[in-house]
Design a protein around this ligand. Structure first.
Ligand code: TYD
Ligand code: MG
Length: 443
């Protein structure tokens, strides 16, 4: 007997009865009927066992890589694109996913660019913008405007391009699934079909997926386990810098980060990211200091700014751009309690320069230092960096990668570093000021 179940096309929840509204996610009109045919489970005894192979006898093959011609992208991918691999590029709308893919497409031969959201003319405009007046679009770069997943797969199978780009997974739909394009069921079904195509004809495929405001990739979050590599393009769309990060990579490390700058003519690699995020024009304003944050294996110098102003009405405001607001509350509480700073009647604003988002506790010492500096109206030395994670009793702890951070600061001409108390001696040409707690800060 065939059992009938109802599956929600937006969250994939199953239910035995039809309802106008999904009980799991609350979406209206998304439950669709599906029949699970009641075939008897195959008899395990009659199935022959599979062959096993000792690992020692499996030859080591060095996977060849297709170089994209953009060093930062190659590095993030672990040395280039592996043939037959399936890559998901996620990011907020407008962050530059299509731009970075267009640049890769221009650098390679025989690329198939499939788009369900933009016309050939629109993409051509973008290509022209990137390549400039003198450039030439490779004659082997082809466009297919298609939204039916099966047709996209058939085209890839027939044309066998060196790389296929599908922009975006939310705009294509499979005939086998009833729900509309962009629903979880569709996104998953299309990904599985494209994945099979990639593996069958060893054509690498890059798909893009939009991340919603809440941070979940609309669909693609549920795809992470299916694909070989997950890349995220991040950044503040009001700023120029973009970071390309790996959340998963079957063919390389997830510690690599690529840094790009959005320019008039596409995304350009930033060769010296450390210098990009610091400015030297703010020497005479209290409330600015510098720290070194790590993104994967790379260290960047970053300016953090604070503003403390008297509260005139209601509760004091605590606002942060590029820094976690809860962490800021905690650090202010530590400063009030442990250093006796009277911040109860001060509005405090924190800003991380360059649109970078700091999620590392290593920046705590810098954030507290610039709050102290802003509150007291005293300058922080512009050639000093502040490193350390601050605890509730005001103690300062050592973040990982100290050597790398200090070396980066040395390279950019810094002279002094406030660091947590060390048990081992650190070799550095910087003047190191060790601090046990925030009380040791001399601002
Ligand atoms: P886009 O790559 O279309 O974003 P996504 O595919 O992630 O939605 O473009 C992002 C933004 O970048 C767009 O608002 C225009 C801007 N842009 C530039 O500033 N310079 C350029 O050379 C290009 C191509 C786009
Ligand atoms: Mg796009």
């Amino acid at each position: 007997m065939n059992a009938v179940i109802y599956i929600c096309s937006s969250c994939d929840a199953q239910s035995s009865k039809w309802a106008g509204r999904c009980l799991e996610c609350g979406a209206w009109g998304t439950l669709a009927e599906q029949t699970s045919d009641g075939k008897k489970k195959s008899d395990a005894k009659r199935i022959p066992a599979s062959q096993t192979v000792p690992f020692a006898e499996i030859d080591h093959v060095k996977t060849p890589r297709i170089k994209t011609g953009m060093d930062e992208v190659d590095q993030v991918l672990g040395g280039g694109i592996v043939p037959g691999s399936f890559i998901l590029l996620g990011g907020e709308p407008g962050i530059g996913k299509s731009t970075i893919l267009a640049e890769i497409a221009l650098k390679l031969e025989n690329v198939l660019y499939c788009s369900g959201e933009e016309s050939g003319e629109q993409i051509k405009l973008r290509l022209d913008r990137i390549i400039g007046a003198k450039g030439r679009i490779p004659p082997t770069l082809r466009y297919v405007g298609e939204t039916v997943c099966e047709k996209v797969c058939a085209t890839i199978q027939e044309k066998k391009p060196a790389l296929a780009i599908v922009d975006s997974i939310q705009t294509i739909a499979s005939n086998d699934v009833d729900s509309e394009a962009g629903s979880i069921g569709q996104v998953r079904a299309c990904t599985v079909k494209l994945l099979q195509t990639a593996k069958e004809c060893t054509v690498p495929i890059i798909i893009t997926g939009h991340v919603t405001k809440e941070g979940a990739v609309a669909g693609p979050k549920t795809l992470e386990h299916l694909v070989d590599t997950v890349l995220y393009l991040e950044g503040d769309s009001n700023h120029y810098f973009r970071l390309l990060k790996t959340a998963k990579n079957r063919f390389g490390s997830t510690n690599e980060v690529g840094v790009f700058e959005m320019t008039e003519s596409g995304l350009k690699e930033v060769n010296n990211p450390s210098a990009a995020f610091i400015t030297d024009t703010m020497d005479n304003v209290p409330g600015t200091c510098t720290t070194v944050v790590m993104e994967g294996t790379r260290a960047f110098l970053v300016n953090v700014q604070a503003l403390a102003s008297k509260t005139y009405f209601g509760y004091p405001q605590r606002r942060a751009v590029g820094f976690d607001a809860n962490r800021l509350q905690l650090l202010i509480a530590v400063l009030s309690k442990r250093l006796g700073l009277n911040l109860g009647d001060q509005d405090i604003h924190i800003n991380v320069v360059g649109g970078l988002k700091i999620s590392e506790p290593a920046a705590d010492a810098a954030v507290t230092s610039c709050i102290i500096s802003a509150y007291k109206g005293k300058l922080c030395d512009p050639k000093t960096i502040f490193l350390g994670e601050v605890g509730l009793s005001g103690e300062v702890r050592t973040p990982p990668g100290m050597d790398k951070r200090l070396r980066e600061a040395e390279k950019l001409g810094f002279t002094t570093a406030y660091i947590p108390k060390q048990t081992k001696k650190i070799l550095s040409s910087l003047k190191l000021i060790e601090m046990k707690s925030l009380r040791d800060l001399e601002i």
